[in-house]
Ligand binder design. Structure first.
Ligand SMILES: Nc1ncnc2c1ncn2[C@@H]1O[C@H](COP(=O)(O)OP(=O)(O)OP(=O)(O)O)[C@@H](O)[C@H]1O
Ligand SMILES: [Mg+2]
Length: 342
């Protein structure tokens, strides 16, 4: 049965104006987010994960960054809006309400001059105006408790700078969840937190997802977290999607050489403690000097002439698995879970 998509991103191209001229950071990004599901967005640093999130949120730094083509269709109540072309004031209404984001850096999202309590209660006022001030206070307190903040009554009275980085991150998560959005975008939300709190927050997100049916885009470097919480995975490399699949399918049949490399570099139960894990040699190509053909070609163990000449397109293995490689389906499946990667 086809899944209902809440977000459908098609051929998204985003560019930045830099000192070295115009650079294309996202080049034809395509994927969809099914309702009520969690999509993991993975790839090495600089691949364009945060820029994808910022493009969806309409938060690219103006005037230097902009979506130059493609669409971001948001389906809600049988209506479809293209967020790529939505007027700024409409986009402002969408943010926080329909689509909410937890940022990599919590200081960018919290207001330094307002107390935590004021900021959280304001969210309830905006989104659930039926509650009295006393109820809003109580809900805020409960939400701080849910994200694992000790002495929440005292924290309500404090300002962001009085909190540690980890605490600020939890406050931001509380604010994003209080909005009960349709889509929650999480950009590395738990990396700064210790493992126990991270597990607690992931559990909280999952239970809220079950309660409200929200969809989540979860950006992370941690494939262990992806395996645990995501339903589907989108693998990005140098501004493009190179593979996307159902999470079990991806871990069982990683088909793009880049995905295989990422999985091979992940520790597993059979890794020898302190032993070096394999890494993908080389680095992501420079935005000003992108290879003509496949962007992964310079690091790919299977590189051949045609990889340098033509850009591969995303091909469907099945409805839930697409790969962008000239040699698919002829490559061996390496680094899969069947080889005990997990
Ligand atoms: N404001 C900007 N101006 C110019 N280039 C930018 C800007 N913001 C991001 N970029 C470039 O866009 C590319 C993608 O960056 P992005 O932040 O999306 O990567 P990422 O996948 O989120 O990496 P990380 O895992 O480190 O967070 C990088 O090459 C980055 O240098
Ligand atoms: Mg990022």
């Amino acid at each position: 049965m086809p899944q209902t998509s809440v977000l459908t991103i098609t051929d998204l191209c985003t560019e930045f104006e830099t000192d070295n001229g115009q650079v294309r950071v996202l080049d034809g990004v395509t994927f969809h987010v099914p309702k009520g599901k969690t999509i993991g967005l993975v790839g090495e640093s600089g691949c364009g994960k945060s820029v994808t999130a910022m493009s969806i949120m309409g938060l690219l730094p103006k005037p230097f960054g902009q979506v130059v083509s493609g669409s971001i269709e948001y389906t809600h109540q049988d209506k479809v809006d293209d967020l790529a072309t939505l007027p700024a004031e409409k986009m402002y209404q969408m943010r926080g309400n329909a689509i909410s984001m937890i940022f990599q850096d919590p200081m960018t999202a919290l207001n330094p001059v307002h107390t935590i309590g004021k900021q959280l209660m304001e969210v309830y006022q905006l989104h659930q105006s039926k509650f009295s001030k006393k109820q809003r206070y109580q809900l805020s307190l409960e939400m701080l408790e849910k994200v694992g903040i000790p002495s929440p009554k005292q924290r309500m009275l404090e300002f962001p700078h009085q909190l540690s980085g980890g605490m600020r991150q939890r406050v931001m998560i509380a604010i994003a969840l209080a909005c009960k959005p349709d889509v929650l975008i999480c950009d590395e939300p738990t990396t700064a937190l210790d493992v126990t709190v991270q597990a607690q927050i992931l559990d909280l997100m999952k239970s809220l997802q079950q309660e409200t049916g929200m969809s989540i885009i979860f950006i992370t470097h941690d494939l262990g977290v992806v395996a645990e919480i995501c339903d589907q995975v989108v693998v990005m490399y140098a501004g493009k999607v190179v593979e996307q699949a159902d999470v079990f399918e991806l871990f069982d049949y990683p088909s793009h050489p880049y995905t295989q490399g990422l999985l091979a570099s992940m520790p597993n139960s059979q890794s020898i403690p302190k032993a070096m894990l394999p890494t993908i040699e080389g680095s992501v190509p420079n935005l000003n000097d992108m290879p003509v053909g496949c962007r992964f070609s310079s690091r790919c163990p299977y590189q051949q002439e045609k990889c340098l000449q033509r850009t591969p397109v995303l091909e469907m293995k099945n409805a839930e698995h697409q790969i962008s490689c000239h040699f698919w389906p002829d490559l061996p499946i390496k680094g899969s879970r069947q080889e005990s990667v997990l």
